[in-house]
Design a protein around this ligand. Structure first.
Ligand code: NAD
Length: 495
């Protein structure tokens, strides 16, 4: 198999595994199809790894870590390499945007505007933090000099999901590498293309052989082998709560740390004092961005009862006007969902919502276009708080709307979910914004907006949304461990 033979036409993406600095065919010779969600057609194939490849990748990462050529060089030297990674991402931005778009079904406007620049920003931000891996001096009554060091954890298994392949890989790789770890990366098997390009970029930027390794293949088999591998020191997992539970259980058995970034089901609260035009903009953005396949989406709208009919009416008229179409069209805002399975799941959840008494205000059906996996943006009113579409993560362009009568009730409804990744407060009162934000059980709260993110600001969840933090100095923290060194000061020591 030549390395470029069956990748999508627009790119020259290598399609094998990167292990120990070499592009390698998978041990069992398996290949996996890459499907374009905009047509349902196979547009290429990539290597399908097996556990033997995981073992080889972990061995390469272990060796690279123990050799010290990355883990023991200065943070400043690592920083220079990470800056080259960022520069190459920017140089190859169109190539990355063109690969990510058909792989995930993401509108090209967003892969250009958000996914690729954010990946570069992550590497620039953590290149800077790589130079600040400071410990602390501790004053004690001991006859000693006591200080702490921040050290890398070792070999990190980075397991990422299908919905933001490039961003969510970079948000792991940049801090993990900045801290001096070596990595075995397993992207979601449905969306491997940007990871293959990134592997090439990391190599070209001068990340030493074995420091970054890429295996592509089925999650239950490869992911599980990585999590239980004795030479993997830490797991950085982003994915569903169901799989997160399995990963945490296995990691717990082996007493290894897991950064768990899991599912979400955020509430977006619109108070009567909100600027209604802006609030509606935030509401629509919160549930259609990334075609609703956004862990921090806001699929649960809570509206002050005095505005309820008005808001439902506005949404009914406005939502159908959000441009839905081919991801390659620069005007498209809503593309297809990433897979046929995802489409069928959304369709079933909407049917169940109607059976449970919900009223479809707009949408509620597939959209036929080129045989792709399109679903119309959908608003459902009239559901009880315990309906499945309200309680569970739909992960598609579907919004449920519920009224509330008091601030207290809004907070209670917002928190009445096992998840706690994000929440939104749309209000004209600064005091209410703070009061409500302080009481919402979520890792990130947006006031008068939605989905603004930056590598400097940590994100992650509480409750069933996990406990990891990506971005910000907090991410670097989680990829390091603290060591205390106590040096005896002997008064008798000969000078
Ligand atoms: P998923 O849980 O199905 O898969 C995530 C990753 O885990 C994939 O790489 C998959 O191959 C792998 N995997 C599957 N089974 C495994 C196992 N037994 N052991 C180890 N790894 C395994 O999730 P998905 O469908 O790819 O992504 C969507 C989910 O991810 C949604 O629930 C979404 O909310 C969540 N998500 C969370 C965040 C966050 O930051 N909290 C961000 C994006 C997505």
């Amino acid at each position: 198999m030549t390395e470029t033979s069956t990748a999508p036409e627009t790119t020259a993406i290598r399609t094998d595994l990167l292990i120990g600095g070499e592009w390698q065919q998978p041990a069992a010779g398996e290949r996996m199809d890459v499907t374009d969600p905009a047509t349902g057609e196979v547009i290429g194939e990539v290597a399908g790894a097996t556990v033997a490849d995981v073992d080889a990748a972990v061995a390469a990462a272990r060796k690279a870590f123990d050799d010290g050529g990355w883990s023991r060089i200065s943070g400043r030297e690592r920083s220079r390499v990470l800056l080259r990674v960022a520069a190459l991402i920017r140089e190859r931005s169109e190539e990355l945007a063109q690969a990510e778009s058909p792989d995930v079904g993401k509108p090209i406007m967003f892969t250009r505007m958000i996914d690729v620049p954010t990946a570069a920003d992550q590497f620039e931000y953590f290149a800077s933090l790589a130079q600040h891996l400071d410990g602390a001096v501790r004053e004690t009554p001991l006859p000693a000099f006591a200080f702490t060091r921040r050290e890398p954890r070792g070999v990190v298994a980075a397991i990422s999901p299908f919905n933001f392949p490039l961003i969510l890989s970079s948000s792991k790789l940049a801090p993990a590498l900045a801290a001096g770890n070596t990595v075995v990366h397993k992207p979601a098997p449905q969306t491997p293309l940007s990871a293959l390009l990134m592997a090439d970029i990391l190599r070209e930027a001068g990340v030493p052989a074995g420091v970054y390794n890429l295996v592509i293949g089925p999650g239950p088999e490869l992911g599980d082998a990585l999590v239980r591998h004795p030479d993997v020191d830490m797991v950085a997992f982003t994915g569903s709560t169901a799989v997160g539970r399995i990963v945490a259980r296995t990691a717990g058995e082996h007493l290894k740390p897991v950064a768990a970034e899991l599912g979400g089901n955020a509430a977006n609260i619109v108070f009567a004092d909100a600027d209604l035009d802006k609030a509606i903009g935030a509401v629509i953005n919160a549930f259609v961005f990334n075609t609703g396949q956004f862990c921090m989406a806001g699929p649960r709208l809570l509206v002050d009862r005095s505005l309820y009919e008005t808001v439902v009416g506005i949404l009914g008229n406005a939502v159908g006007g959000v441009p839905l179409g081919r991801p390659s069209d620069p005007g498209t805002v809503i593309g297809p969902v990433a897979s046929r399975a995802q489409l069928e799941r959304i369709e079933q959840m909407v049917q169940d919502a109607v059976a449970a008494g919900g009223t479809v205000v707009t949408g509620g059906h597939r959209v036929e276009l080129d045989g792709g996996f399109y679903y119309a943006p959908t608003v459902i009113a009239g559901l009880d708080n315990d309906a499945v579409a309200v309680k569970e993560e739909v992960f598609g362009p579907v919004l449920t709307v519920q009224p509330f009568d008091t601030e207290e009730e809004a907070i209670r409804l917002a928190n009445s979910t096992p998840y706690g990744l994000a929440a939104g407060v749309q209000t004209g009162s600064i005091s209410r914004a703070h009061r409500v934000a302080n009481r919402l059980e979520a890792g990130i709260i947006w006031v008068n907006g939605w989905a603004m993110l930056d590598p400097a600001v940590p994100f992650g969840g509480v409750k069933a949304s996990g406990w990891g933090r990506e971005s910000g100095p907090e991410a670097l923290e989680s990829f390091t461990r603290s060591k205390s060194v106590i040096v005896t000061i002997d008064p008798e020591d000969a000078a």
